[in-house]
Design a protein around this ligand. Structure first.
Ligand code: PGA
Length: 252
């Protein structure tokens, strides 16, 4: 993908089916069809087909999943494969979200397998990275983000990486109301591009979209999105309110 402005709403484990449909309708009715911003709605699995259906005739709107399994199919009770996601019209999939790392103990090796499955089924991986508060306070944030990136990206060719979106989500900012300052976000996003340059080259590093996530909301999005290396946001809490989510989209 060439570098694009993107706003993605990660609904996490929230909404009923009816609430999900209402939210999509209230978002899409406010959005001008002719803007060039990619909007990605990431509902819980059971609503993906319905959400993808509602978005199918809306320009620049796409659906995404919050996770996929490492395997293509088989005896994995309770799991969902990338193939299934693509068969219901899904376009993107979050990989490596900090909640998956923290609560489900997912590791770099899992992310590699998940991304391979996602790419095989024409899904764009939205690969999430970011440091904990302890890692930032001990001045290890650049080291951790470098490791998170290299351990996974080293397993993918430049052509494969060209289909990625990256999301920098400092764990201390997710769901806490504490946002990275625009200075901190810009500094890390520029650093991420330098790591991508080292792994691949500067052309691909300039082309990858890097989203900021972590308490991004209708009040702070404008300042964050104005940063040179911030290409948009991965929004949790504020994406559950249609007006707030649209205000974030209007913040570019
Ligand atoms: P938040 O979540 O916006 O509620 O902090 C962001 C995320 O987890 O992607």
């Amino acid at each position: 993908m060439s570098r694009k402005k993107i706003v993605a709403g990660n609904w996490k484990m929230n909404t009923s089916l009816q609430e999900a449909k209402n939210l999509v309708e209230r978002i899409t009715e406010q959005i001008n069809e002719f803007d060039d911003i990619i909007k990605i709605i990431i509902p819980p699995f059971p609503y993906l087909e319905a959400v993808a259906g509602l978005l199918s005739n809306k320009a620049n709107f796409y659906s995404g999943a919050q996770n996929c399994h490492t395997n293509p199919g088989g005896a994995f009770t309770g799991e969902v494969s990338a193939n299934m996601l693509s068969s219901v019209g899904c376009n993107y999939v979050l990989i490596g979200h900090s909640e998956r790392r923290q609560y489900f103990k997912e590791k770099d090796a899992d992310f590699v397998l998940k991304i391979k499955e996602a790419l095989k089924h024409n899904l764009h991986p939205v690969f999430c990275i970011g440091e904990t508060i302890h890692e930032r306070k001990t001045d290890n944030h650049f080291k951790i983000v470098t490791e998170q990136l290299t351990n996974v990206l080293n397993q993918f060719s430049l052509e494969e990486f060209s289909r990625f979106v990256l999301a920098y989500e400092p764990v201390w900012a997710i769901g806490t109301g504490e946002t990275a300052t625009s200075k901190q976000a810009q500094e890390m996003h520029a650093f991420i591009r330098s790591v991508v340059t080292d792994i691949y080259d500067s052309t691909i590093a300039n082309n990858v979209s890097i989203l900021y996530g972590g308490s991004c909301n209708a009040q702070n999005a404008r300042e964050l999105f104005a940063c040179k290396d911030v290409d948009g946001g991965l929004i949790g809490g504020a994406s559950l309110n249609a007006d707030d989510f649209c205000k974030i989209i209007f913040s570019f």
